[in-house]
Structure formats: C-alpha cells, structure tokens
Design a protein around this ligand. Structure first.
Ligand code: ATP
Length: 314
C-alpha cells in the first residue's frame, strides 16, 4: 500500500454557535480541527490507508489539540512542524443576510520549512497538495513548490485540490488562478468543486470547462457536484457518477472525504496510472468516493463524520 503525503494547512475553525448573526454579535464558538489537506489525511487513515501530514502549527494548546486529533485518527504526524507563533485560526459565521462572515488569523501554517530529505520517500508514493493557504505566501508557499517539484522528479502520483476560498482571495482571484496553473498542468489527478472548475477554466459550462482544463494539461479531473454526484473527465472519457441518496445535515468535509477515499483506493491499486485510464475501474472508485462524501454529510463536523472502514465496506 502506498503512503499518501498530504501537504498544506492545519488550523482551528471557530464556528459561531448562533448562525444567522454576524461575527460582531456572535459570542459562543465551537472549536473544530480544520484545513482541507489535514482532513484528507484523516479520511485516508480512517479508511485503513497510510497517510502522513506535512504542515505546521503553533507551540500552543491549539497546535497540540490539532496534532492530537490527527494522531487519534491514525495519521502519521512525525513530519508536522511546530513554531513559537500561534496556530492559524478562522472564525466563521453565517450572517442574517445569508452571507458568510469570516475572520482569518494566519499564524503558524505559513512557517512550514522545506525538508529535502523527504524527496526520496516520494518515490512510489502519492503526494496530495491542498492549496487553500499554501499559495498565500510565506515559507509554506516555497516549501509547497519544492515538494511539488520533488514529487514530479520522483514520479510520485500527484493529486491537487485548489481549495479555493473566496474570503482569502477577494480582489486577487487572478493571482490565485495563475498560481494554480502549474499544479493543474502537471498533477495526475485534480479535484475541483464546480466553482473551482469554472474559475480556473474561465468557462461556465462544465463540458467546456473540462475541455479547457485538459488543454491546460490536466490529466484526470473530478468535479464534485454535491447531491448531483461527481463528473469524471479524462482525455478518453467523461461521465457523471451519481451520488448516493442520503439526508444531509452538514456538508462540511464531504469534498475532503471524497478525495481521501479516492486516493486511498488508488494507493492500494496495483497499477496506479493505468487505473485512471480504465473507465470502469475509475468509475467504481469514484462511486465509492461518492459514498464516503455522502456519509460525511449525514452528521455535523468534518473529520468526525467521515466514514471508517466498517461504515464504508460492510
Ligand atoms: P467541500 O466544501 O468539503 O470542499 P466540495 O464542494 O468539494 O466540498 P461536495 O460536492 O459538497 O464537495 O461533496 C463531495 C462529494 O460528496 C460529492 O461529489 C458527492 O458524491 C458527495 N455529496 C456531497 N453532498 C451530498 C449530498 N447532499 N447527497 C449525497 N452526496 C453528497
């Protein structure tokens, strides 16, 4: 079984309890582990896969809390780094008008220092790059670029999720798009939401968006569409794999559970690249990944709602 290195941010999400009022009025918050690449590492480990998180937190109680959550879920945290600054935090509420109210306090996630000794371990591995904060600058962005280059030279299987957060790129969407391009071009697998596929391709229509993304260089593309399932597109075929019917209560983390489950299956497949060329095999894998996403929506929270092996395969 191949190991999946999940590179990017790990942070605290403070979710305002009284949704429907903006952050200036909210006074009770629930503390949750957040950060898409860390969520993906948990999704993989919960399904029995081998995942390692590469990112950084502060030398504070929040950093300890986050690493404990990853460790308790079976993720290898030996490559996580800690810095004397505070752990990154995001405060989130849905205001009265339905808009997201968001305050982001960027701390230790940006401090990640590149470790050249990791390169040799990428051979025969999967490297998953989540870009939510990684492309915002800091030492993290440099380390992220180096790891991407190492993964390419070692011919690792590279998975990329842009994790676009409008709140973080308000007037700089063009910069975000430009920074994503090398990853879209060179990764073996890209996981997009509908919004990301449209943003990065500049096309509203999904078929046209896929065409443009393949022209840029994207190999296998998955576009997650909530209860409508997942559009899979390769250079040879394109198909929407329907979702599983559930009664959703909270969709947080569904996308991370989806890509985690897909990567966990690729990690156990004997023929990594050909697996993505084989229509029926890839479709089967996406069906299972859709199930993981669907199960995650049936409870509140991200990591705690992701399925384990038993829920998934019994
Ligand atoms: P995130 O906000 O976590 O990054 P995302 O937008 O990338 O998520 P979604 O499309 O919400 O991802 O969900 C990922 C997958 O989970 C979908 O492709 C689908 O298979 C499954 N899923 C999500 N919502 C539902 C739902 N309401 N019913 C059934 N399946 C769902």
């Amino acid at each position: 079984m191949r190991k999946v290195y999940c590179i990017g941010e790990l942070l605290i999400d403070f979710i305002a309890e009284n949704q429907g009022s903006d952050l200036s009025k909210a006074n009770i918050y629930t503390k949750k582990a957040g950060g898409a690449p860390a969520n993906v590492a948990c999704a993989i480990a919960k399904l029995g896969g081998k995942s390692s998180f590469v990112g950084s937190v502060g030398e504070d109680p929040f950093g300890s809390f986050l690493l404990n959550v990853l460790d308790a879920n079976g993720v290898d945290i030996s490559l996580a780094q800690r810095y004397k600054t505070f752990t990154t935090m995001a405060f989130v509420s849905i205001a009265e008008d339905g808009e997201r109210d968001f305050v982001f306090s960027r701390g230790a996630d940006k401090e990640l220092i590149y470790d050249p000794s990791l390169k040799k371990d990428f051979k025969e591995s999967i490297v998953h790059l989540g870009a939510a904060t990684a492309l915002l600058g800091g030492a993290l962005e440099k380390a992220y670029g180096h790891y991407f280059f190492d993964a390419l030279t070692e011919k690792a299987f590279i998975s990329f999720d842009p994790n676009f957060r409008g709140d973080l790129w308000k007037d700089n969407k063009d910069v975000f798009i430009k920074k994503c391009m090398p990853y879209v071009e060179k990764s073996n697998l890209c996981k997009f939401s509908l919004e990301e596929a449209q943003l990065l391709s500049g096309e509203e229509n999904l078929d046209e968006a896929c065409d443009v993304l393949h022209e840029i260089g994207a190999n296998t593309i998955t576009i997650t569409l909530g209860n409508k399932g997942t559009l899979v597109s390769t250079r040879k075929f394109r198909e929407t794999v329907p979702s599983i019917k559930v009664n959703p209560v909270d969709t947080t983390g569904a996308g991370d559970a989806f890509i985690g489950c897909l990567l966990q299956q690729i990690a156990t497949s004997h023929t990594i690249d050909p697996a993505l060329e084989d229509k029926s095999l890839l479709t089967q894998m996406v069906q299972k990944a859709n199930k993981a996403g669907a199960i995650t929506t049936t409870n509140f929270g991200a990591i705690e709602s992701m399925p384990d092996k038993k829920q998934m395969y019994d």
